[in-house]
Design a binder for this molecule. Sequence first.
Ligand SMILES: CCCC(=O)SCCNC(=O)CCNC(=O)[C@H](O)C(C)(C)COP(=O)(O)OP(=O)(O)OC[C@H]1O[C@@H](n2cnc3c(N)ncnc32)[C@H](O)[C@@H]1OP(=O)(O)O
Length: 295
Amino acid sequence: MFSGRLLRISHNALGKPHHRGMAVYSSELWDEIRGKLSMFPGGSVNLVKQESGIAVLTVNNPDRMNAFSGTMMLELQDRVSQLENWKEGKGLIVHGAGGTFCSGSDLNAVRAISNPQDGMKMCMFMQDTLTRLLRLPLISVALVEGRALGGGAELTTACDFRLMTPSSEIQFVHKHMGLVPGWGGAARLVRIVGSQGALKLLAAALKVDSALAERIGLSDGVVATGAGTALAEAEHWLGDFTRGPAPVIQAIKKVALSGRERPLEDALRKEKEVFGTVWGGSANLEALARKSKHK
Ligand SMILES: CCCC(=O)SCCNC(=O)CCNC(=O)[C@H](O)C(C)(C)COP(=O)(O)OP(=O)(O)OC[C@H]1O[C@@H](n2cnc3c(N)ncnc32)[C@H](O)[C@@H]1OP(=O)(O)O
């Protein structure tokens, strides 16, 4: 059985563990996996970085309901690397082409790599990429039009927020495929809807419509359907959270992320470190000079 190396947690001067980098597994593992995934082509993952500081990531394989081919998994990793290095970035919208979100992994590729070794490698690769996606210093939202199934449902959980259209659905269909989530979706779902809620969604493979999703906290709002309309509304919605200078928005995401992921003392130390990057910074000095009142 394939056994992956987890990134070692290093220790700081106080002997407390701290996280090194944004990845889960050692990148030494990826050469072999990338070779395998490159054998399953189709579709693309497109990235547009806009002047507004909001980027749009499009899962683009509409002939297969935006299922992830092997090469799309590779492209997603590359796009995440680009976003990690985007200094001016503030927000990210993840959506699917052609009016639907994503139907998970491409079943043709899945059939070809249904042996345990390849399955484990694909699982680790996608866990790592989606963890890095969630850890980007950008405020991210998954815009779910149409259906988000299987790995597509997992992808929605790798964003900070989810928006749906009135007729869209999120469904963790894994049980019907004789599977459980393997792209980190179960771990993240528990953090979003709680362990009871996650257990219900996974065990019943429930079709979650926009009303139910909002009620259980899986969705953060509903946007109108229509070519371009949903994307424009999502951008408007995200604009409320990304207004302001990039260093401040990125710092806000970092402290929220460390609070979500780290034990309290570790999160407090991280918050102090991030605080130090904005205290006395240009946005802070300008606000002080303005003598801002927050009425
Ligand atoms: C850890 C990851 C676990 C996973 O992600 S496992 C994969 C889970 N996803 C699935 O099982 C999705 C299976 N597909 C479906 O249920 C339906 O196709 C779906 C998405 C509800 C759409 O239904 P319809 O609107 O009736 O459209 P359709 O079935 O005719 O699909 C249009 C074309 O898209 C293809 N497609 C959809 N999902 C796919 C997938 N995941 N992998 C590969 N091909 C897929 C489908 O085969 C069809 O192609 P074609 O026109 O027959 O050539």
